[in-house]
Design a protein around this ligand. Structure first.
Ligand SMILES: N[C@@H](CCC(=O)N[C@@H](CS)C(=O)NCC(=O)O)C(=O)O
Length: 199
């Protein structure tokens, strides 16, 4: 059987896929390409991920893009880190769609404009707007974590991995979480797992 191939470096959303592969103890090969070089729009790469982004995986002759979808596929394939019942699985989907639609964009805007861009390209208005945009989603997460150690059931699942994979950007940009005190503990529980890759 051919090794799982992961496209994308740890300095991209491919970190989420590498984290998942490590959690599952998979043997994989990683293509740490320069994803900003235009290579993701070449026909050869588009045949692996039509969206032209990293991460993508090749699992034998099956290719798949979208970080959360890849992680759910791997969890289901290996029968780990995902509830076996339909409703538990639906909860994993619910958290994964939620983080991608409600959280990812404002957190990324915050990361860029508070920390990553060269100082003369940062816009304080974007920082303020991102904080506002994040108020409700982070309240939702914080409230859930008030009486839950993990997002679905009592154990770490792919839902935690997918959501923490995005919330990591808040950690990276030193986002002030004092209004959301339950999030840092949960995030640390997730990111301190041995499977979590270095960047
Ligand atoms: N929703 C996608 C977003 C993927 C994405 O935007 N990846 C960035 C890197 S983190 C990328 O590929 N950028 C280069 C490009 O789009 O060509 C996912 O979660 O997989």
């Amino acid at each position: 059987m051919s090794k799982l191939k992961i496209h994308g470096p740890n300095q991209s959303r491919a970190l989420r896929t590498v984290w998942m592969a490590n959690e599952l103890g998979l043997d994989y090969e990683q293509d740490t390409m320069d994803f900003r070089s235009g290579v993701t729009r070449k026909p050869e790469y588009l045949s692996i991920n039509r969206a032209g982004h990293v991460p993508a995986i090749e699992d034998g002759d099956f290719a798949l893009g979208e970080s959360c979808a890849i992680n759910i596929y791997l969890a289901k394939k290996h029968g780990k880190l995902i509830p076996k019942d339909l409703q538990g699985e639906a909860r994993v989907l619910e958290w994964s769609f939620w983080v991608m639609t409600d959280v990812e964009k404002p957190i990324l805007n915050y990361l860029f404009h508070a920390a990553m861009l060269p100082e003369d390209q940062r816009d304080p208005k974007v920082v303020e707007q991102s904080k506002k945009d994040l108020e409700w989603p982070l309240t939702v997460l914080n409230n859930h974590l008030a009486d839950h150690d993990y997002l679905v059931g009592n154990e770490f699942t792919v839902a935690d991995l997918n959501v923490a994979g995005v919330l990591l950007w808040a950690k990276l940009s030193k986002f002030d979480m004092s209004a959301y005190p339950n999030i840092p503990d949960w995030l640390n529980r997730c990111t301190k797992r041995p499977a979590m890759p270095g960047r």
